[in-house]
Design a protein around this ligand. Structure first.
Ligand code: 5GP
Ligand code: ZN
Length: 140
C-alpha cells in the first residue's frame, strides 16, 4: 500500500471516512467535496491505480457494490437519478491514483450535464472508421 494514498489510509482507518458500505474487497464512503448531497466513492480495498489493474473478481465485487448502493443513495437523499462515473486515468480527470467509482445523486433541474458533456463532440465519423475501431477493439 502506498503510504501517501489517501484512499488506502481511509481503508485502514488511518484517516476518517464516512463509510456507507463494505464488503471483503470493496468499500464506499462519502466524498469529502461532494458535487451533491450523498456523493459517494466506491473503491477496491487494495490499491489499484486504474480500472484495468483490478483483478476480475474484485472488479465484479466493486460493481456489485455500485449496483447495491445506487438505489440506497438515491432513496437516502431523495434524488431523482444518479450519475455513475470513473475518471480512469489522468487525462480523464483522475486526481486520486487509487481507482474509484463516483456515485453522484442527481436532481431534476440541478443544472448538471449528462455524460456526453464531459468531452467535446467529435465530428460525425464515417461508417468505415466506426467499423475499423470496433474491429480493433475486438482484436480482429
Ligand atoms: P477524481 O478526480 O480522482 O476522480 O476524484 C477524487 C475524489 O476524491 C474527489 O471527488 C475528491 O473530492 C475526493 N477526495 C479527495 N480527498 C479526499 C479525502 O481525503 N476524503 C474523501 N472522503 N474524499 C476525498
Ligand atoms: Zn491507495
Amino acid at each position: 500500500m502506498p503510504e501517501d494514498c489517501i484512499f488506502c489510509r481511509i481503508v485502514t482507518g488511518d484517516i476518517p471516512g464516512r463509510i456507507v458500505h463494505e464488503t471483503d474487497h470493496a468499500i464506499a464512503f462519502l466524498d469529502a467535496n461532494p458535487l451533491a448531497p450523498g456523493h459517494t466513492l466506491v473503491i477496491p480495498k487494495q490499491h489499484y491505480a486504474r480500472l484495468e489493474d483490478i483483478p476480475g473478481e474484485e472488479a465484479a465485487e466493486l460493481f456489485g457494490a455500485v449496483h447495491d448502493l445506487v438505489p440506497q443513495i438515491e432513496a437516502a437523499v431523495d434524488a431523482d437519478a444518479v450519475s455513475v462515473g470513473i475518471n480512469d486515468g489522468e487525462a480523464a480527470g483522475q486526481e486520486v491514483p487509487h481507482s474509484h467509482v463516483h456515485l453522484v445523486p442527481r436532481f431534476e433541474g440541478d443544472g448538471g450535464g449528462p455524460f456526453h458533456a464531459i468531452a467535446p463532440a467529435s465530428e460525425e465519423p464515417a461508417d468505415e472508421e466506426l467499423d475499423e475501431i470496433a474491429a480493433t477493439i475486438r482484436g480482429d
